[in-house]
Ligand binder design. Sequence first.
Ligand SMILES: [Fe+2]
Length: 445
Amino acid sequence: MAIPWPKHSLHLVLTMIFFISQSSYTLQIPYIRYPPRQLIDTPHRRSKSDPQQVHISLAGKDYMRVTWVTEDKDVPSIVEYGKISRKYNAIIEGDSTRYRYFFYSSGKIHQVKIGPLEPSTMYYYKCGGYGPEFSFKTPPSTFPIEFVVVGDLGQTEWTRSTLAHVDSKDYDVFLLPGDLSYADTHQKLWDSFGRLVEQYASRRPWMVTEGNHEIEFFPWIRRHTFKAYNARWLMPYKESGSTSNLYYSFDVAGSHIVMLGSYTDFEEGSDQYKWVETDLGKVDRTVTPWVVVVVHVPWYNTNSAHKGEGESMRKAMEELLYKARVDVVFAGHVHAYERFTRIYDKKPNPCGPVYITIGDGGNREGLALKFEGPTSELSLYREPSFGHGRLRVVDESRAHWSWHRNNDSQSLVADQVWLQSLTTIKSCWLTTVHKDGSYIKNDEL
Ligand SMILES: [Fe+2]
């Protein structure tokens, strides 16, 4: 016998639907953006001969550079390493440097290039014969590979939570598009920053380029710029045929990564321009199907902060990147997140790079809250929140990009998109269109 359907049941169901819809509405309340948080001081707790501020960076095919600082100047620049913890079967000696900045005198900055190393392998290492053992994993030799991208990091409570979110999921290489410590001539903040990031940067390669906070220019008195940055964050510029630590490139697992310098000459005919032209000209897309550029000042930006600052560099270099069919350009500087469509010369172009601004690591200056209206057709997602990004290159044609908003206690994916490598889009290799609308077939180039 069928059970009679009570009259008030319909009301009950409608009421439940109402409350469920209300609760889901409540969950969609816009994220509240908090103000900047205070600086973290990361003190030195080891002995004078122990390594501090340990970080690693890729240094040419199958090599890694280990960098660390000691207060004791007599500690040798040696790294012992091996694939089994505390059983080192190799020892390599490198170089060291020091620098002075007014009354500040740096510790001994050791730089040791170790290898050849095997891909996707854990290595254990000890610096200078003193202190704790560290370990790192080398990147894979083939796809998939995962990059973490986060700029304008600083050293605040926000920085700490962003880095904790980054660390909650494995990755292979860390890309930092400028503005590291925000020391801004206070040299001890470089030391504090080095100690803050050590637990991450000693385990995965950190590849950085410079921002305005690395310049440390002092008018009339100290005109030599990037003194601390160049001494502390030596990147593989010599390995990539560059003559300056301010711009370089490297290959990793089918990806060619070009780190550009916003604060050195970039005009046509300049050293950087000529180097980029040569570097991009040498890329073999059958070996590295993905080409990614990292630079500090964004060439495309709809935030009112730093508006137009990247325009002269864009005008000088955009055509080089477009002709080379660069897949993605990451930038920092603007303390917000913004993802653009594929662009060339301020217009949507299916063969131009995707531009992404990700200067939202969590520095002391806070967020760039104001985006300009009306929304540009070029800008697909923009949000003034802290966070980090992840580019997971799955194979020669597909990569997944995700932006993880730093929601204080947890990391939430707020934006994501699948990207296709321009290598696999045949129509992009038939012709090259110039700014004036003229075009030529690529076999005439
Ligand atoms: Fe900046």
